[in-house]
Design a protein around this ligand. Sequence first.
Ligand code: ADP
Ligand code: ADP
Length: 227
Amino acid sequence: SPLIQIRKLSKNYSTKGGDITAALSLVDLDVAPGEFVALVGPSGCGKTTLLKILAGLVGEYRGEVLLNGKPVRKPSSEVGFVFQEPTLLPWRTILENILLPVELVNLDMKVYRDRALDLMAMTGLAGFENKYPKELSGGMRQRAGICRALVRDPKVLLMDEPFGSLDAMTREFMNEELQRIWLDSGKTILFVTHSIPEAVFLADRVVIMSPRPGKISEIVPVNLPRP
Ligand code: ADP
Ligand code: ADP
């Protein structure tokens, strides 16, 4: 059975002036455990809104959004979020940034510190534990953002154009890195991108959203052989 089930999801935002923006309209989507789904579509079609709802960051919506059969209304440890910009706190070291989601809920730091160090080693950040964000390249900061999203071992990883601000070579390298993380961890990943080649390289399935209000217009199976 699907890990994520979305049925007739609609989301309106009301603005200060009293206007209403329809961000999503009657979206249906299922995602199987371990699947890598890429979400593409024009700016403003509701991709970020869809991810934020799945992350529990937007609790008000119409329709059904289920994770493991349970309605999603608030953030949980089962979902990690990688933002467009890694939003690391400049006054904290890389390791302290990665451990932030653990610290915020008072979990056992010793256990998670080892996990954070493993993740850093896995993503080529070993040796940078005590550096500050400004001492790292953009690609390395984005990798730290991925470590932070993975530190509580979520089932689902949501990624909102994570490599959009990187140069082409770093981006290609990060794509290979992410594919390796996915193959090693078996996480379920939803990945928003503007790049069709990136979507096709990474995903099992490419979901195309049509312009406002966001609606899923096409689902293209990719099913390329995996390395
Ligand atoms: P994206 O790069 O995904 O298209 P935007 O740059 O449109 O995102 O939006 C950046 C942030 O601003 C988002 O978190 C979104 O929720 C918020 N936002 C976007 N449009 C509006 C709006 N009309 N009013 C208030 N907030 C908005
Ligand atoms: P995308 O990620 O595909 O660019 P978004 O989900 O950011 O799309 O936005 C979808 C629509 O909702 C856009 O018209 C955007 O301006 C609007 N929107 C997003 N966030 C907000 C917000 N917090 N308040 C008002 N309008 C918003």
